[in-house]
Design a binder for this molecule. Structure first.
Ligand code: ACO
Length: 427
């Protein structure tokens, strides 16, 4: 007997088929609901709504599990590299050495950006937020690469992916160099993807840059942990925009805008700003815990809680260790980071946070690492975007390859009922 849910409405019955995913998750198919009953479902924030079938990432928020293409995040963070994870997400399987070498070469073939983009960069005020600059420069790439991707061609899809993977770290670094008053920098093919990102961000003209393996390893892990997170706000945005058959660069640019918000990727910046505020206000952690618990106070502890992880975020466990290593290695003695440690301890012992399963999320620790690496606070979300790029690309490709229909939710209208227009002199 096939699995189904029977809906009783207005005296008639409707069978709603139930599908089962490969990790035994269940979903009710309501696609015929409106035509059969006139009803729609209401689910603001899509807390219970599946928007697609996907083979990319699985996460179980109750159990605190995350895997990319079936591989547990813990194994990938320990044994893999960011570039290999990019391949895994986009192509579906771990590469052989020859496939990985080709992938790296193909990315390197595109790791430059048209000099004309510098004119756009120059037009931004140096006070512009790097995420605003990044989303604009990414959208501008479509003007410099006007050819549409033929989504039925695996080769063209792959080419579009490596083009963006090659150019994105350059654009990301430019948004920071602009703020710091540094000249733009270019890729170095002799370095790994993450080493190159590091030198793109930090290298001064004429300088020999020290590539500390502890720092490169921590960055590599951070990028792996951020690489995909199934149908979150930005990935859903990328899929939704792409579902209108908008191009890859335009869809990714929209995803970057979605990531910018403080309730999503912008949280890592918000974490550091909150820690600075606490420090400048005398460092009283308890006072801020009380504010976070006060329902009349809109303040929330940034970097705590997660929409789907109602258990410890598995990424936070891994990155906490990397954060400790980086702090130990760099010998950081920073009062902001001391406050972070105190806040983490106090919240983990507090009944309010324990009873609501509010644990530190990945943004809490990533903000700490970026701060220790001297990455400016407004750049934190840009770093997240660099990590999330392969996930967005994989989500966009899957959506187009599955020929998904244009995304278009319904609504329950609660505005004025039908009324007649009143001429202005009679109002
Ligand atoms: N500080 C204080 N209280 C909190 C916090 C917090 N950070 N997060 C949730 N709560 C409380 C809520 O007030 C609510 O309490 P109640 O049950 O007494 O009303 C309860 O915990 C449940 O919270 P919701 O808002 O329903 O949880 P939701 O799943 O909608 O929100 C979110 C998740 C947006 C991440 C939220 O926890 C939050 O705002 N956290 C801070 C911002 C942050 O760190 N965002 C990064 C997310 S991770 C990422 O994007 C990679």
């Amino acid at each position: 007997m096939s699995d189904k849910v029977i809906l009783n409405y207005n005296g008639s019955e409707l069978d709603l088929p139930v599908s089962t995913g490969s990790m035994d998750e269940k979903a009710i198919d309501i696609s015929k609901l409106r035509s059969a009953t006139g009803l729609i479902t209401m689910d603001p924030g899509y807390k219970n709504t599946g928007s697609c079938e996907s083979k990319i990432t699985f996460l179980d928020g109750e159990e605190g599990k995350l895997m990319y293409r079936g591989y547990p995040i813990e194994q990938l963070a320990e044994k893999s590299s960011f570039v290999e994870v990019m391949y895994l997400l986009i192509k579906g399987n771990l590469p052989t050495q020859a496939e990985l070498d080709k992938f790296v070469n193909d990315i390197n073939e595109y790791n430059y950006v048209s000099e004309d983009l510098i004119k756009i960069l120059d037009a931004f005020p140096s006070s512009a937020h790097p995420m605003g600059v990044l989303t604009s420069l990414t959208a501008a790439l479509s003007a410099f690469n006007p050819k549409c991707v033929d989504v039925s061609s695996e080769e063209e899809m792959y080419r579009a992916a490596v083009t963006l993977l090659g150019k994105f770290p350059v654009l990301a670094s430019w948004t920071q160099r602009k703020v710091k008053g540094l000249p733009v920098n270019y890729s170095n093919d002799k370095l790994s993807y993450v080493e190159n990102l590091y030198q793109l961000l930090f290298k001064k003209p004429g300088q020999e840059l020290d590539l500390d393996p502890v720092i490169i390893d921590a960055l590599d892990k951070l990028l792996i942990l951020h690489a995909d997170h199934e149908q979150n706000c930005s990935a859903s945005t990328v899929r939704l925009v792409g579902s209108s058959h908008a191009g890859l660069f335009a869809s990714i640019s929209a995803g970057i805008s979605a990531l910018w918000g403080p309730l999503h990727g912008g949280a890592n910046q918000a974490v550091l700003e909150m820690l600075e505020d606490i420090k400048n206000d005398g460092g009283d952690v308890e006072k801020y815990l009380a504010k976070a618990k006060d329902k009349n106070d809109p303040f929330r502890l940034m970097g705590f809680g997660h929409r789907v992880y109602k258990n410890f975020d598995p990424r936070a466990k891994i990155i906490k260790v990397a954060a400790d290593n980086v702090l130990e290695k760099l010998g950081i003695n920073d009062p902001t980071l001391e406050i972070a440690k105190k806040l983490e301890k106090a919240a983990l012992e507090d009944e309010y946070f324990k009873s609501r399963n509010l644990y530190p999320n990945v943004d809490f620790y990533s903000g700490i690492i970026y701060k220790a690496l001297d990455i400016p606070t407004e750049m934190f979300t840009v770093m997240f975007a660099v990590g999330r790029l392969p996930g967005w690309i994989a989500q966009w490709m899957e959506m187009r390859q599955n020929n998904e229909p244009i995304g278009r939710p319904r609504q329950l209208y609660t505005g004025a009922p039908l009324r007649d227009y009143v001429d202005i002199e009679k109002r």
